[in-house]
Design a protein around this ligand. Sequence first.
Ligand SMILES: [Fe+2]
Ligand SMILES: [Fe+2]
Length: 248
Amino acid sequence: MPKVRAQIDRMLRPVHQWVWGDFDRRVRKLLAFAEVEGDGGRDILRAAEVTSDPLLRRLYLEHAIDELHHADLFRQRGTALLQLRPTRSKALFNTSPLPGGHGLDDLAIEGEPDHRLLAFLHVAEKAAAGRFEIYREVVDDDPPTRAIFEEILRDEVFHMNYTYTQLTRVLPRSYRRQVWQARANRLWKRYLRVAAAVAGVLGTAILTIVYFVVLAPFAWLAARAERREPAGWRPVARGDHDSPTSQY
Ligand SMILES: [Fe+2]
Ligand SMILES: [Fe+2]
């Protein structure tokens, strides 16, 4: 499965290149990563507060500090790039069609046991490490951004490894199953996101078709009926004396 994901990422490399090739998209990506890393860092900080395991508390704290530092690096670089060019790019599709690098935005802490959290983090960090490796290559023309990816990649590999080691410690008998569950869960959430996006596009397309195909004939019939109506006042038919506003 990880090999398949790596192959898919490699196949999507031209798309990554297209995304990062545009100045505006690059800035947006960096600022979006800053948000995700910052949110993830705060969630992991919360995990450090609620865990009863002293070793995990220390590791979560270290992890949270790293993620908050990544958020700072991405934000600073995004802001610096933004200041380099005040005019907006005219490129189409300013947003990226691909998901972000980390996937920590799905992280939920409250009520989650450590083994589930560790499995989730391991899978998310592994995915992040794979993505950041590609990003590092596609921003070859921008050495400061490349240096940031290099630095962050080292941290993500550490996060990926410590979460796995700790998972084997807290759940020695079924840690593999836990990792597979976390992968399946992540895949399911990705599927739901894609399905929701596709449903949104299809819904818009169907409503547009309905608007032009179904409503247009009705509008034409209404206009024709209006032309046939005599203009002005009409005499009321004999015997029809009911008030139109009466409730009786
Ligand atoms: Fe990170
Ligand atoms: Fe990380």
